[in-house]
Ligand binder design. Structure first.
Ligand code: CA
Length: 223
């Protein structure tokens, strides 16, 4: 899952980035409002963490521009503690949630996962397809009750598939969401990882869950 952090306090941005990367997110950071808007308009993200007080363009203006242009990416606003006006303005413009500074990293993580799930139409922290279950908080994967061990990259691929059940996902979309913009687009590498995931998830089961769509990419579905 790929995130954008727009935050001009570089220390805070980098702490969040590092922590979220450790939780298997791919994270890009922008340090002012204009750069943030450019990134948000030109790349795909699964959620945006957006500070309100930013140089260049403030967070509320940035959010308004995104929503006006029809982008529904979930946005969590970072607000100054006690600033009720900003929170109300933010929610009215289309923020999905807000977090007053200073905050605990664990709360950011929980809120982030919640807005991403809601945006994709899931409400529980358990993603499932048939007998495959993924606990997104614990990163635990089981099929037919048996635990499956995945590497961090394999987990990121499977989680992205499960959040997009029934939709064809191209290799380039998967690379963008799993590796981010810095990655040199080599679809052979992604195919190798997907094969690892398929071997662990589907091998030995009659019902395959990950399917190749010739010329287009992959789709996760039953049968
Ligand atoms: Ca700021």
């Amino acid at each position: 899952m790929r995130l954008l952090i727009v935050e001009d306090e570089k220390d805070l941005a980098n702490v969040m980035k590092k922590g979220l990367q450790e939780q298997s997110f791919t994270v890009e950071a922008a340090y002012d409002g204009n750069e943030g808007l450019y990134m948000a308009e030109n790349y795909e993200f699964d959620a945006i963490i957006l500070d309100i007080m930013l140089p260049g363009m403030d967070g509320l203006t940035l959010l308004k521009k995104l929503r006006t242009s029809g982008r529904t990416v979930p946005v969590i606003l970072l607000t100054a503690r006690g600033d009720v006006e900003d929170r109300i303005a933010g929610l009215n413009i289309g923020a999905d949630d807000y977090l007053p500074k200073p905050f605990e990293f664990s709360e950011l993580l929980a809120r982030l996962r919640a807005v991403i799930r809601r945006n994709k139409g899931h409400s529980a922290s358990l993603l499932a397809l048939g007998d495959l279950e993924v606990d997104v908080n614990a990163h635990e994967v089981t099929r037919d009750g048996r635990e499956i061990h995945l590497s961090a990259k394999e987990y990121m691929i499977l989680e992205y598939f499960l959040l997009n059940i029934g939709r064809i996902i191209s290799r380039s979309e998967l690379i963008a969401h799993v590796y981010g913009t810095d990655f040199d687009l080599d679809s052979n590498v992604i195919d190798v990882y997907i094969n690892y995931v398929r071997n662990k998830v589907d091998k030995g089961f009659t019902k395959k869950l990950i399917h190749t769509v010739r010329g287009s990419g992959y789709i996760m579905k039953q049968g």
